[in-house]
Design a binder for this molecule. Structure first.
Ligand code: BYC
Length: 470
């Protein structure tokens, strides 16, 4: 299923056959380009070695070439349609999936699509200035790849809003360009997307932890009975995998370099030697993990139950689950706070669906910890990194308003305040990390706080000229 690149808006949804929709999207396009110019990457480039999707099938979706970023062919690409697809869960399980939005679910579906859409441009805004301090051309290229794809994911959601939600959808599509990350008057919808991404360690942590929330949320929307949403998310997930690769290997390389400096200087305090100490890396893990856990909503959520029952949002790998996919009879244990202690209670499985998704996510996050700890082990270093307790530093759900230590102990505000800087990046930590952020733009050269990657992109060497700066 190839993508028509002769069109102003490349697509595989036959836009040319729907002139009204085509015109609506064409009138949104200049606003998008304007947003990209003002809120997109701040470092001027001539061209960048980027991957562009040319077809949505197994083979064709990754075409590599140097392209001028502003001319990147953002467009609308849906995975191929399976005409036999049936609803896999909820009260309409077994019925054919929907090609149009049922009136009764209009508001909820629009809300889910708007929340998803809002995160995409937000991350580009958060990462806008990172190019100015890229540790290498290889990393700079990866940053831009992530940015153009987030831009395309915005297109994916805007297409759905324009095609299926009429005037209200078009208004929401405009609003997606008007809210801005961190803006006091008109911020992005979800908390994590209003945080700063001021340095590359934050960027790697963000692409590891926050993009991974994206993977899980898109995975649940891919199960949706609203087939165009499902097909859109399926294709987005392919691109998303690279973003998490950037995070995983980025942190790998920081840990590897820190380990190297620890051995070389026989000290944990590698800061004076131009590295990032392990306890600072741990604090960045604590911060980005906890902020990303907030993106799963409350542990107990009637919204989540209603979305599932209606068929709007499924579970992670719904079809592989060995149960009735309706869940009205099932129970789940979720955390609760009783008598000043963290314990569990049993609730209806439907109400616990955000918790179910978060549990899948936590297990996935553990794989990164294992990987980074293996780097330490191989370097002969005893210290290990770990994920903090799910209640640590939370602002959404059960633990909001409580203070929980990384080890999972409930404490009062005084203990929290006294230890805050031991658990979360302190001003001193952030200042140190920022002080290391100096651009390295010479092909093949790396900043001294990070190890080089194992290999380059698309079989190109690490010292390939991935980016031509303007
Ligand atoms: N911040 O019933 P609850 C990505 C609100 S990342 C602020 O628990 P629900 C990406 C909630 O709206 C993936 N408010 O919530 C990554 C509700 O408000 P109302 C993004 C929050 O609905 C990196 C109230 O609290 N996609 O793609 O079950 C780079 C009660 O909450 C937050 C999605 O999230 C919060 N964190 O769950 C680029 C998927 N959490 O109704 C991209 C779409 C909750 O009382 N969204 N609230 O006014 C959803 O599925 C759900 O809306 C949520 C929340 C999981 C976010």
């Amino acid at each position: 299923m190839s993508i028509d690149y002769s069109e102003k808006i490349p697509n595989n949804v036959d836009l040319a056959g729907d002139r009204r929709l085509q015109r609506a999207l064409e009138s949104w396009q200049p606003n998008f380009i304007n947003w990209w110019k003002t809120m997109g990457p701040a470092v001027p480039t001539e061209d960048v070695y980027l991957r562009t999707a040319v077809a949505v099938g197994r083979e064709g979706w990754a075409h590599f070439d140097h392209v001028v970023m502003e001319d990147y062919r953002w467009g609308v690409f849906l995975a191929e349609r399976n005409s036999d697809r049936r609803i896999a869960f909820g009260e309409q399980k077994g019925e054919p999936v929907w090609q149009q939005v049922p009136g009764e679910y209009r508001a909820d579906l629009q809300r889910l699509i708007v929340i998803q859409g809002d995160t995409e441009p937000a991350s580009v805004e958060q990462q806008r200035r990172l190019g100015e301090t890229a540790p290498s051309l290889y990393d700079l290229r990866n940053l831009f790849q992530v940015n153009v794809e987030e831009g395309r994911h915005l297109w994916a959601m805007v297409y759905l809003l324009h095609a299926y939600f009429g005037r209200a959808g078009r208004e929401e599509a405009e609003a997606l360009l008007q809210r801005n990350s961190g803006d006091l008057d008109s911020p992005r919808i979800l908390g994590a997307f209003n945080e700063e991404t001021p340095d590359w360690l934050s960027f790697f942590m963000f692409t590891y932890f926050t993009d991974r929330d994206g993977k899980y949320q898109l995975g649940t929307l891919k199960e949706s009975a609203f087939d165009p949403l499902s097909r859109t998310c399926e294709f987005m997930l392919k691109e998303e995998a690279h973003h998490m690769f950037v995070g995983t290997t980025g942190v790998d390389r920081v840990v590897a370099r820190t380990a190297e400096l620890m051995r070389e200087h026989d000290t944990e305090d590698v800061a004076p030697h131009g590295g990032i100490p392990l306890d600072v890396i741990q604090k960045y893990v604590n911060f980005h993990y906890s902020v990303s856990l907030d993106l799963f909503g409350s542990e107990k959520s009637t919204n989540a139950a209603n979305y599932f029952t209606a068929g709007l949002k499924g579970r992670w790998q719904e079809e592989r689950r060995k149960d009735d996919h309706v869940l009205t009879e099932d129970g789940r244990d979720v955390e609760t706070i009783r008598d000043d202690a963290i314990t569990t209670e049993q609730v209806s499985a439907l109400v616990a669906l955000n918790h179910d998704l978060r549990t899948e996510y936590v297990a996935d996050c553990q794989t990164g910890m294992k990987r980074w700890n293996r780097v330490l082990e191989n370097a002969g270093i005893d210290r290990r990194l770990s994920l903090p307790h799910v209640g640590f530093n939370r602002h959404v759900g059960l633990f909001a308003g409580h203070h929980v230590t990384p080890a999972g102990e409930l404490v009062g505000p005084d203990v929290w305040e006294a230890n805050r800087d031991r658990w979360l990046p302190s001003e001193g930590d952030k200042t140190h990390v920022r002080s290391l952020m100096r651009p390295v733009y010479e092909p093949g050269k790396m900043a001294a706080w990070i190890a080089p990657p194992m290999k380059g992109i698309n079989d190109k060497p690490v010292d390939y000229e991935y980016v031509h700066l303007a």
